[in-house]
Design a protein around this ligand. Sequence first.
Ligand SMILES: [Zn+2]
Length: 123
Amino acid sequence: MRKPKCPACNREVPRAHIRRGTFQCPSCGTGLRIPQIGRLVLGPPLLAGGVLAGFLVAHLFGLRGNSLLLAVALLTLPCGFTIALLYGGLLAALFPRLERDLGIDRDGILHIVPPPRPPTGQQ
Ligand SMILES: [Zn+2]
């Protein structure tokens, strides 16, 4: 399992330190957070992936012509949904990105983070 890296010091951040909201980098103390990814950004590539996967599956089953088109139309949604689950889950599990939380979006008030608790579970 690859661990996410701190954008400030480029060291790996243990999963035990990552939580919702703001948390501190255990190495340099920089405030970090998990960036929010818009679902709209993922929509078009997933739809394209669904069409492509549907086409490949139908083609592998030997469908040609109109039956191929029909199969692609039927398979696009379930394939896109499956890809979305796999892709989103894998991306979040394997390559979580972190970004600095500078506290600017909190009306300029410095957000003080409590010190990290001892890790409760290691992978
Ligand atoms: Zn750091």
